[in-house]
Design a protein around this ligand. Structure first.
Ligand SMILES: Cc1cc2nc3c(=O)[nH]c(=O)nc-3n(C[C@H](O)[C@H](O)[C@H](O)COP(=O)(O)O)c2cc1C
Length: 348
């Protein structure tokens, strides 16, 4: 373990969000990540509360999400985000009912000053942020949007978001139709926008943070790494164990109805593929997918479940304690940055 010195790295991200470390745990729906988010926030990074699925009846879903927010706020004096995938109705261009209900629940919750002290950030993903921007703009929340391409980042900045998560193809969960990997994407996005950029996709530790900073990003976001921790007790421990058992290159990209998704192989993916081939309608497919994602996360069903997971799983060997891991990775990044300076040589 790396000795901790209390050092950190200040960036535009830490100043914007008000966190100690330039590190974030991203949305990991569709099952709850309340205690993981609180643990990450307690460690001085940004913890994210995930939504309870996209097939929940919107009013009920909004109520459950409010419960998650209150629960997470009670467990931390750090800073929290909520992640909401935003989609638009193809015919009308309007934000989908489930996304709208969740965004409204978050905006409504920060009218409570006690919640507003903790919950400072809303992250949107999946669609374009423009559809939800009007609902968020005057809420006081910092709006961060996740993209998988440079043109999407430029559009999101134009739509008024405060920061961008640039997520490379190796990321876990819904990945991108155009496979642009983190190493290519992040410098392009950092060059294209003026707002802070957060690297996501394949991050594992302080080496990833140092690399993110070198590529022009202001912070690093991790998904898979935080799942495989002792501080995610809302999920069945079989999920973390399966990640740690994953071999390099074992992850697969499958058709997840609206786009590709990266996961560990399981029978659940095969069943979904068979249903898609049989022409089952999208609503029934989406319900099936949500159920099987929850079966993996909540119940530890490693065969029938669908198990989103980043390529980095094949490189992870041990469970982490978030309280040690976050300052440890920042310290490791500090050491790397100091060491790299020593490599600079002048030769005639
Ligand atoms: C189990 C799991 C569930 C995820 N669920 C969501 C989600 O609900 N919303 C979202 O925007 N991204 C989701 N993602 C993607 C993560 O937010 C993040 O972008 C990704 O994990 C980063 O890549 P990494 O896994 O290599 O760290 C999920 C990822 C995983 C592994």
């Amino acid at each position: 373990m790396i000795a901790q010195t209390g050092r950190t790295i200040e960036t535009r991200f830490t100043r914007l969000v008000g966190v100690r470390h330039p590190v974030m745990q991203e949305g990991l729906g569709p099952y709850k990540t309340v205690r993981l988010a609180a643990a990450v926030a307690n460690a001085g990074a940004l913890g994210t509360v995930s939504i309870p699925g996209i097939t929940e009846e919107p009013t009920r879903g909004a109520r459950v999400l409010r419960g998650y927010i209150e629960e997470a706020c009670a467990l931390t004096d750090g800073i929290l985000a909520v992640n909401i995938p935003v989609g638009a109705d193809k015919a009308t261009g309007k934000v989908l009912p489930f996304s709208e209900a969740y965004v409204r629940a978050v905006v409504q919750s920060v009218r409570d000053p006690m919640i507003a002290q903790r919950l400072r950030v809303i992250t949107t993903s999946a669609g374009a942020p423009g559809v939800a921007r009007a609902l968020i703009a005057d809420s006081g929340l910092i709006h961060i949007h996740k993209v998988g391409g440079t043109s999407q980042a430029i559009r999101a900045e134009r739509d008024g978001v405060d920061a961008i998560i640039a997520s490379g193809y190796e990321a876990g969960g819904h990945t991108h139709a155009r496979p642009v990997h983190t190493f290519v994407l992040v410098p392009s996005v950092a060059e294209a926008v003026k707002i802070p950029v957060i690297l996501a996709g394949g991050a594992r530790d302080g080496r990833s943070l140092a690399a993110a900073l070198a590529m022009g990003a202001d912070a690093v976001a991790l998904g898979t790494r935080f799942v495989a921790s002792r501080d995610n007790p809302d999920w069945d421990p079989a999920y973390a164990a399966r990640i740690l058992a994953a071999k390099e290159g074992e992850d697969v990209v499958f058709s997840a109805i609206y786009g590709p998704s990266r996961a560990l192989p399981s029978g659940g993916i095969g069943e979904l593929a068979a249903m898609i081939a049989a022409g089952i309608d999208n609503d029934a497919l989406t319900r099936f997918k949500d159920e099987r994602l929850i079966a993996g996360q909540r119940d530890g069903d490693m065969e029938g479940g669908i198990l989103p997971c980043g390529q980095i799983a094949g490189a992870l060997q041990e469970l982490i304690d978030v309280a040690e891991f976050v300052p440890g990775m920042v310290e490791q990044a500090c050491e790397i940055l100091a060491h790299l300076e020593k490599l600079i040589a002048r030769k005639s």
